[in-house]
Design a protein around this ligand. Structure first.
Ligand code: PLP
Length: 421
């Protein structure tokens, strides 16, 4: 008890000193840093004099709803989708996911018995912690969200299988299969197989396979995931997976290219739906991308340059948390092999307080609860750290401050529990 009190008093003093410093730092969104964006600077200088692509389409004109063939070829391997079934569409994969939901709600999907709105209240499985913007789409359109716990190998498949087998209202599941947001998990081969093979009560069940971090490795041994599209086909569920991705964190966020891939039937469905709202994608930007990245090797080389810039920040976060919190034993964090985030677990009931204390010191973190449906983390224990955007010095200041606040709130909780005994 005396030792705990001493630890708490030290954390209190450290926090007061921190507040006095008047820092102004932001660790909220996972954005590429300016140095990462500079890696693609040359792309904007590429000559576009030859505005025709391999199939001799004049790129200055309308058309090519599937997008530029050369670019789809470059990304076919990364997204594990045959080129003919991979579309290069708008600038944002989130936009495509949003549209897929809206198309399904208003028109239905192949294999269904009508539009999803006609089924009454429908539901999606939401592995947690997960990506807040997936959950925001569901919330906006009144789709009930059913949380399922994440494990280091993907969602808890026993729960997933039993829920989808029994409840026909469950029309889909959100999946970020590689270096997931926020805990960096990589789905195991068994998880992918079970997702592709599981019986579902809804005949038109869809896996929203958001492979946002397909090529965003932080180590020299890139993670591999099983081929969801091929497995779904092999298990007699060829229409089950809708695959999404983009170059937002490869080239220029907001001015990149998004991709949609699936079975030939779903691709035809997508083109039919999307063709009503656009006559075709921005092929000039797609040409820029294909000239800049050149081929799959060029893409891999470019991603190694990204890793060289951001790996030191991830290492720094791990080193600081280990030094500051390792011995305390009440916090744990992920050490991802790729992606954009680190997930910090603090004692139950402490995440909101930690984020509030950090804010008093001038540092903004993603709100506690954001990685859960409806913004509610029932255990109030997950904090997402996004270290890519700030420079190394800022990451160091912010994470030291965060560790101080975890020590403060954590010892306060332990002290309160000990006093209540
Ligand atoms: N999907 C995941 C899992 C993400 O983490 C993000 C961005 O943070 C996105 C999608 C957004 O992608 P885009 O810029 O292509 O819309």
């Amino acid at each position: 008890m005396t030792q705990l009190l001493a630890q708490h008093d030290r954390a209190l003093g450290d926090h007061a000193a921190l507040v006095k410093r008047g820092l102004k730092l932001d660790l909220t969104r996972g954005k590429p840093s300016p140095a990462q964006l500079d890696l693609s600077g040359r792309m904007l200088d590429l000559p576009l004099s030859a505005l025709a692509c391999a199939d001799q389409t004049d790129l200055r004109n309308y058309g090519s709803p599937s997008g530029l063939l050369e670019l789809r070829e470059i990304f076919s391997n990364a997204f594990q989708v045959p080129t003919t079934q991979l579309l290069a569409a708008g600038n944002s994969s989130l936009e495509l996911m949003h549209d897929a939901i809206v198309f399904a709600l208003l028109r239905g999907v192949p294999g269904g018995e009508g539009h999803w709105l006609g089924y009454g209240k429908i539901a999606f499985l939401c592995p947690v912690p997960g990506y807040d913007r997936h959950f925001a789409i569901c919330e906006r359109y009144g789709i009930e969200m059913i949380p399922v716990a994440m494990t280091p190998e993907g969602p808890d498949m026993n729960t997933v299988e039993s829920l989808v087998a029994e409840d026909p209202r469950i029309k889909g599941i959100w999946c970020v299969p590689k270096y997931s947001n926020p805990d960096g998990a990589v789905y195991s081969a068994d998880t992918v197989r079970r997702l592709s093979a599981m019986p579902t009560a809804a005949a038109d069940f869809r896996i929203f396979w958001d492979n946002a971090y397909a090529v965003h490795h932080l180590t020299d041994t890139p993670a591999e995931i099983a081929d969801i599209l091929a497995l779904c086909a092999a298990h007699g569920n060829p229409e089950r997976a809708l695959i999404f991705g983009s170059t937002s964190k490869i080239t220029i966020a907001g001015a990149g290219v998004a991709f949609f891939g699936s079975s030939a039937t779903n691709v035809a469905w997508w083109l039919d739906c999307a063709g009503k709202r656009s006559i075709g994608p921005d092929k000039i930007n797609q040409l820029r991308h294909s000239q800049f990245l050149r081929n799959a090797d060029g893409l891999a080389e470019h991603m190694r340059d990204h890793a060289a810039l951001i790996r030191p920040k991830f290492d720094l976060v791990d080193n600081i948390l280990t030094a500051e919190l390792g011995a305390a034993g009440f916090a744990s964090w992920t050490n991802p092999a790729g992606g954009y985030y680190i997930s910090l677990q603090v004692p139950h009931g402490c995440a909101r307080d930690v984020v509030a204390k950090v804010q008093e010191a001038g540092i903004v973190l993603t709100p506690a609860g954001a990685a859960h449906p409806y913004g509610i983390d029932p255990q109030d224990s997950t904090i997402r750290i996004a270290p890519t955007y700030p420079d190394v010095e800022e990451v160091e200041l912010a994470v030291r401050a965060l560790a101080t606040c975890v020590r403060l709130v954590g010892t306060q909780k332990l002290f309160a529990e000990a006093s209540a005994r």
